[in-house]
Design a protein around this ligand. Structure first.
Ligand SMILES: Nc1ncnc2c1ncn2[C@@H]1O[C@H](COP(=O)(O)OP(=O)(O)OP(=O)(O)O)[C@@H](O)[C@H]1O
Ligand SMILES: [Mg+2]
Length: 220
């Protein structure tokens, strides 16, 4: 049988690990080589893996390849989603767009800017909240800085409602659905924005992976 960790990109073959006929023994250095190449294809030739980001990238990789032992060490629950937090421009959105490519056989998640969720609510109302409360996998990008929603004179904390729906679904489906997010906010700021109820559920829905607050802005 073919090695399931084999990925072909632009005519080049990448193996992310060894295959013993049953399971893949992933090799983090090989994953980094692939991410470096795929990142350049997706975001341009200035993309590179920064040394100071490898701790975070390693955690994300263990999560996505479902490496149980290392997840346990990092206190990461493979059933939950990922909340990737960090300062402006440190590379959160890029990483969440990139990392899904190391596991092409897994169900993909869609990147949805939180602003778009609010804007959709302003046009369509509660239908939007229902729409994102489905069993698809999402990564809600830039959580916490979206404007609040308004429909026929009624204000609504749209992303708060969406997260409550996602949490209910997560419980009902025995943790089989995934919700990921990126954010600039810390725990306290998230609680200010969404309230204690949502914040408490977020802890169950997400594994928090946080960039250092001094991480640099890659936009420059
Ligand atoms: N590893 C990298 N190498 C080179 N450029 C990068 C890298 N990661 C991100 N960038 C570039 O830096 C900019 C910011 O990246 P990105 O949007 O992923 O950051 P972010 O953390 O999501 O920012 P924000 O908090 O504003 O949403 C983008 O232009 C992106 O292409
Ligand atoms: Mg972003």
């Amino acid at each position: 049988m073919d090695n399931p960790s084999k990925i072909i990109e632009g005519g080049v073959e990448y193996w992310l690990g060894k295959f013993d006929g049953k399971s893949v023994l992933y090799d983090f250095d090989k994953i980094l080589i692939y991410l470096n190449a795929k990142g350049k294809l997706l975001f341009g030739k200035q993309f590179r893996i920064y040394d100071e980001d490898t701790v975070i990238i390693r955690k994300l990789c263990y999560y996505f390849i479902k490496d149980k032992e290392n997840c346990l060490k990092d206190d990461i629950d493979p059933d939950k989603g990922i909340l990737l937090s960090g300062p402006v421009g440190c590379g959160k959105t890029s990483l969440m767009k990139l990392l899904r490519h190391i596991v092409p056989m897994q169900r993909p998640y869609e990147m949805i800017p939180c602003r778009n969720v609010t804007f959709s609510f302003n046009h369509l109302g509660f239908k939007t909240v229902e729409e994102y409360g489905n069993t698809k996998f999402y990564c809600f990008d830039d959580l916490g800085v979206e404007p609040s929603g308004r429909f026929y004179g009624k204000d609504l904390n749209v992303m708060g409602e969406v997260l409550l729906s996602r949490y209910e679904l997560y419980l009902q489906t025995k943790h089989k659905i995934k919700t990921h997010a990126t954010t600039n906010l810390n725990a306290e700021e998230l609680e200010d924005r969404y309230g204690h109820r949502v914040r408490s559920r977020m802890r169950e829905l997400f594994n928090l992976i946080a960039f250092d607050k001094r991480a640099g802005d890659k936009r420059k």
